[in-house]
Design a binder for this molecule. Structure first.
Ligand SMILES: [Zn+2]
Length: 172
């Protein structure tokens, strides 16, 4: 992509985001209902989170999950994004209640959700747009802490750390 194309694309993305920000957002209660519906739809109801809520302290991760507590947290940055993207992050974190880490079994579970690839692409686009926007004039954005796969948890360990669900490479 040329620099001009990138700039144009970033403009388009930002306009879209601005338009979406005016949309109504789900409350925590609705979010929990939504998670329950998605679990029923894609995982036969096997994923049963104890709590699902928005958090404002996750700026580099879209969602996180602590299987030991059954808690799921979604970044408020997702508010205003298309429903299929929020649903994807919910489905992703619900799947972690069944399979920790990002191995083949995890991604096989995610295949049940038909818009996984599309949603991941959308989120990758957001990360890229952020980077272009914040990068210095020399174009070398330095936000490496945004990325990298989450470390594999020890068996039975609590996974309280989140992960950038839209931007990590496929599990090996
Ligand atoms: Zn994950």
């Amino acid at each position: 992509m040329s620099e001009a194309e990138e700039q144009r694309w970033v403009g388009v993305m930002l306009d879209k985001l601005a338009a979406q920000e005016s949309k109504r957002t789900l409350g925590d209660g609705e979010l929990a209902e939504r998670a329950e519906r998605l679990s029923g739809q894609y995982f036969g109801g096997r994923a049963r989170p104890a709590s699902v809520r928005w958090v404002t302290n996750q700026n580099t991760r879209w969602g996180s999950c602590t299987p030991a507590e059954g808690s799921i947290r979604l970044s408020h940055r997702l508010q205003g994004m298309p429903e299929y993207v929020v649903d994807y992050v919910l489905v992703h974190e619900l799947a972690h209640l069944l399979v920790p880490g990002h191995g083949p079994r995890f991604w096989r579970l995610l295949e049940a959700y038909p818009r996984t690839e599309r949603a991941r692409g959308y989120l990758e686009g957001i990360v890229a747009a952020d980077r272009l926007r914040h990068s210095a004039p020399d174009g070398d954005g330095d936000e490496s802490d945004d990325e990298g796969p989450a470390p594999a948890p020890a068996p039975g360990a609590s996974r309280s750390e989140g992960e950038p669900v839209g931007s990590e490479p496929d599990g090996s």
